[in-house]
Design a protein around this ligand. Structure first.
Ligand code: PXP
Length: 231
């Protein structure tokens, strides 16, 4: 059974848009966990545009695994080593991007990333590297001592020709190096099935679509309740 991690960043995006205390990402996390989700993923960005430090503290209090997405920086590594989430997924981060647009350049940044992986691992945190399905990147992830890779499925989700095959080849290479395989980005009901067939896939992390879809699944119930109150 493939594990599902739900990325709850965009519950926080909605909360922050009004500067209110709701919708509360912790409440969203508790809800999805009651419905069979295996773990919570949250990205504490440098600019704190959605998840904030106090959210991470609260999410860490849940009994379910917390997958803490972070840039390879001193600040984030310090936070991770203090909070001690179950796992850290190291992602690239640019302030001006709307979302994590590509995988981490593990080959080019290996000397920068290595000390962070070492520190996180020494703190007992399972480190995963969010990378494009590139053989060189997978090899480097193994060399850097990360036990897990998460393959960026964004280009596949956008329908780029050849991407599924690239992901399939990458999955086989990950298995050769003994890496645990995760995947995510841009997945939805329509495109997830072929990804579930990736050899050795253990976990998917899905966020934006699930939070967006929840508006439509939940809006009927929320207006019905308000109409009941009005009558
Ligand atoms: N995995 C990682 C490492 C991510 O950075 C993201 C997006 O922030 C996701 C999974 C989920 O992507 P999406 O929100 O498109 O489902």
């Amino acid at each position: 059974m493939i594990r599902l991690g739900v990325n709850i960043d965009h519950v926080a995006t909605l909360r922050n848009a009004r500067g209110e205390a709701y919708p509360d990402p912790l409440k969203a996390a508790e809800l999805v966990l009651q419905h069979g989700v295996d773990g919570i993923t949250a990205h504490l960005r440098e600019d704190r545009r959605h998840i904030r430090d106090e959210d991470i503290e609260k999410l860490r209090g849940l009994s379910a695994p917390l997958n803490f997405e972070m840039a390879a920086t001193e600040e984030m590594t310090n936070i991770a080593c203090r909070v001690k989430p179950h796992a850290c997924c190291v992602v690239p981060e640019r302030r001006e991007e709307l979302t994590t647009e590509g995988g981490l350049d593990v080959v080019g940044l290996k000397d920068k990333i290595k000390p962070f992986i070492t520190r996180l691992s020494a703190a007992g945190i399972r480190v995963s590297l969010f990378i494009d399905p590139e053989p060189e990147a997978i090899k480097m992830a193994a060399e850097l001592g990360a036990p897990v890779i998460e393959l960026h499925t964004g280009a596949y989700a956008l329908g780029k020709p050849g991407e599924l095959e690239r992901l399939q080849r990458a999955a086989l290479i990950a298995a050769e190096y003994g890496l645990e395989l995760h995947a995510g980005h841009g997945l939805n009901y329509e495109n997830v099935e072929p990804i579930t067939q990736l050899p050795g896939l253990v976990e998917l992390n899905i966020g934006h679509f699930l939070i967006s879809e929840a508006v439509f699944v939940g809006l009927a119930a929320s207006v019905r309740r308000m109409k009941d109150l009005l009558s």
